[in-house]
Design a protein around this ligand. Structure first.
Ligand SMILES: [Zn+2]
Length: 268
């Protein structure tokens, strides 16, 4: 349904300078320069995106170039490039995409990097979830181990409510990078801001990059805790009433986001 610009992509970032602009005009006449490199709001976003990509590796969420992260930016989003490990990424390597899945401006250049192969999931989450400002995808060890068992994570711990309900679902399997995988992920994310991807990894969404990273770290921690407790047998699960009470407390805990409804505050 959606097509991105065909990509040849370079293999490294040495000697890379920001690409010239524009090629694909954005809504309102913005170009890549305004979207990514020179615009006051978006240039710091590219730097912050690179920092979170590196932090994912430092926290053990990523090995090599297996994960990816994006942040909403203007009418589109910025996403980490395909196949480039975080330690080799520069802010200028972040790929700008429109919501139509088109690469912005000079990214069509043969000298530029391809977006993460999972850009569809990121794009579809932004399109379907106005509250989402950043999305993380990781092949973190414990989340992936559970995903390979195709297990939903039940309410073994009250912090499961942090993700919006009494479970974290595992999305049905589909091949990486496909629209089918994105469809399956969206189904698992109904009234949730995180899910597992069968035989693959995890998705965590947040209001912004900091929130998304915190959610990803929390989910990986809970997956490890669930895995550990399963070593001792089946855990005692919280009841629907007990989780209902936790969810209600989460709805009123802290300072509600301006304009957020009670139904969404607990996860956003
Ligand atoms: Zn993946």
């Amino acid at each position: 349904m959606f097509q991105s610009t065909p990509v040849t992509g370079r293999q490294d970032t040495e000697g890379v300078t920001p690409l010239p602009c524009p090629i694909i005009p954005l809504k309102g006449g913005a170009n890549r320069s305004q979207f990514l490199m020179n615009d006051a709001p978006s240039a710091p976003l590219a730097t912050a995106l690179r920092a979170v990509y590196r932090e994912m590796a430092a926290r053990g969420l990523n090995v090599g170039a297996s994960g990816n992260v994006s942040v909403r930016c203007g009418d589109g989003f910025l996403i980490t490039p395909s196949g480039l490990p975080p330690e080799r990424c520069a802010a200028a390597d972040m790929v700008a995409l429109t919501m139509a899945g088109e690469r912005v401006a000079a990214d069509a250049d043969a000298d530029s990097l391809a977006p993460s192969s999972e850009w569809r999931i990121h794009r579809d989450i932004y399109e379907n979830t106005p509250e989402a400002g950043a999305v993380i995808h990781a092949h973190s060890p414990f989340a992936t181990a559970l995903a390979c068992q195709r297990r939903d994570i039940p309410p073994f711990h009250y912090m499961i409510a942090r993700f919006g309900g009494d479970s974290v679902r595992c999305a049905a399997y589909a091949t990486f990078g496909t629209a089918a995988l994105s469809t399956n992920a969206l189904a698992a994310l109904v009234r949730r801001n995180a899910c597992l991807l069968a035989n693959h990894g995890m998705i965590a969404c947040g209001r912004d990059l900091e929130h998304a990273l915190a959610q990803a770290i929390e989910l990986e921690t809970l997956c490890e805790q669930y895995w550990r407790t399963c070593q001792m047998g089946s855990p005692v699960l919280l009841s629907a009433d007990e989780m209902g009470e936790v969810l209600e407390r989460f709805r009123t805990y802290g300072r509600p986001k301006e304009g957020a409804s009670a139904a969404t505050y607990c996860i956003w």
